[in-house]
Write a protein that binds this ligand. Structure first.
Ligand code: ZN
Length: 138
């Protein structure tokens, strides 16, 4: 049976794929981020994300990997999926590229998610069906 929701999921990376990317990025960091301070910061963010238990690292890995233009470009080159598709592959259609890991909100229909910068920010509505976004359980 054809289920459109699952089609969407297939485009996204699994936690193991994200961990592989994060580990590879950690090794190649010097060639990716020019700024020493930014490099140090990203290295510690990657280390923290990779130390999370299996099954719990995905939101942090996604947020860390997609937060910077340099890492999105690096991922595009490494995976060959094209810069425009990187963000989609990392977490599906996203509201914002630069938001740090904050409050995760999702469409109740499962077709959209985004991160809020603070818990009192209005979660807004799904751009696909207009449903009010609700807090995810992760
Ligand atoms: Zn929706």
């Amino acid at each position: 049976m054809w289920e459109p929701e699952n089609e969407n999921e297939d485009d996204k990376m699994t936690e193991e794929q994200l961990r592989e990317l994060a580990r590879a990025l950690r090794v190649e960091l010097a060639g990716v981020i020019d700024d020493a301070e930014g490099r140090r910061l990203l290295a510690s963010e990657l280390d923290e994300a990779l130390e999370l238990p299996a099954g719990q690292a995905k939101p942090t890995l996604v947020a860390t990997l997609r937060a910077r233009r340099e890492t999105r470009e690096w991922i595009a080159i490494r995976t060959g999926i094209g810069t425009a598709d990187v963000v989609r592959a990392l977490a599906g259609p996203l509201g914002t590229l630069t938001a740090p890991l904050g409050v995760h909100v999702v469409c109740p229909h499962g077709d959209y998610d985004r991160y809020l910068e603070s818990s009192n920010q209005d979660p807004g509505r799904c751009p696909n069906d207009g449903a009010k976004l609700v807090r995810a359980d992760d």
